[in-house]
Design a protein around this ligand. Sequence first.
Ligand code: FES
Length: 124
Amino acid sequence: MASWITICDTCKREGWELTGMEQTDGERLAALIEAAAEGEADVRTRRVSCTMGCERACNVIVQAQGKVGYSLGRFEPDADAALAIVAYARMHAQSETGPVPFREWPPGVKGHFVSRHLPVPAEQ
Ligand code: FES
């Protein structure tokens, strides 16, 4: 089952207004994640505008049907962050229930976890 990376494309990091403002930081990170996920069989991406973590820009959410999902934030909009996020999403896809052992986390996601989201119970 594929895991999805939801990317906030309206995130702006501190000092963004000094960068020329042609793109938001979230748009830059989204484009880098989309490129890094190209060809990944088990990773999908989508953009949304604001995940309500604005003060922790840039933000993404990694989730899949029936699995524990995670919010991550405080990313720079750069290629290293994008590669780490996609690598982590691939591991999340390979995990039966979502959690990935800490020792296997790509270094680029360490320190970026914000919250954990438990799947809702199956209908009975
Ligand atoms: S603008 Fe990205 S979380 Fe609000």
